[in-house]
Design a protein. Structure first.
Length: 227
């Protein structure tokens, strides 16, 4: 049995019931709320392991819930969208969602996405996986998942941290979007390669004032350099 608690936020009872049924069957503890206000209160009082968050919610929509959560939390978020529009997915990813799923969805795919996200944030340890990376005035500590720039802690999201460590492990090497997707998101991620661009842009902002720069190599990918 897993110890993870999944919070499902959706105003449709059938979606909540279906998600609960399949997630509990897979060993997760599941709590549900029906609106954004209750979701924010729940996260603040008893942070879950992961939140399944519908975009179209009463009172406060999913985008705003995600934005407020991301102010001070790296809580993994799987967004549910009723439309298959890329713009919804990209905006959700820019807000800080870890993945998305379009409704109506196969409940087995929901479980698979949850498993994949949780595997990515708790990867199996391999040689050097806990090694502190330090290049120039930037330090990344995998054990605490803290990033420091010139000795000052910088708040980064889950995938931004993983992206930074991957780039630091390949200093001065060009990595394509597909390579970054494989190494950071894993082969179970179904999103567009634009996801990489969104996270690179955000990580660049976090690294402002540091000695590291993420360069775009047109037609190839991205390269981390120590300037």
């Amino acid at each position: 049995m897993k110890n993870e608690t999944i919070l499902v936020v959706d105003d449709e009872a059938n979606i909540r019931d279906l998600a609960r049924m399949y997630l509990e069957k897979d060993g997760y503890r599941v709590d549900t709320v029906t609106n954004g206000v209750d979701a924010l209160a729940y996260v603040k009082q008893t942070p879950p392991t992961l939140m399944v968050l519908d975009l179209m919610l009463p009172e406060i929509d999913g985008w705003e819930v995600c934005r407020q959560v991301r102010v001070d939390s790296n809580l993994p978020i799987l967004m549910l969208t009723a439309r298959d529009d890329d713009i919804d997915k990209i905006v959700g990813l820019e807000m800080g969602a870890d993945d998305y799923l379009t409704k109506p969805f196969n409940p087995r795919e929901l479980v698979a996405r949850v498993r994949a996200i949780l595997r990515r944030i708790t990867p199996e340890k391999d040689a050097g996986s806990d090694k502190v990376r330090k290049i120039g005035n930037v330090e990344a500590n995998p054990s605490s998942r803290d990033v420091f720039v010139a000795g000052e802690r910088v708040v980064v999201r889950t995938k931004e941290f993983d992206l930074l460590v991957t780039l630091m492990d390949h200093l001065n090497m060009v990595l394509s979007r597909d390579q970054l997707l494989d190494q950071v998101w894993g082969n179970e991620f179904y999103g567009p390669t634009r996801t990489v661009d969104v996270h690179v842009a955000s990580l660049r902002e976090r690294l402002e004032g540091s000695s590291l720069s993420i360069e775009t190599v047109w037609g190839k990918g991205y390269k981390l350099v120590n300037i």
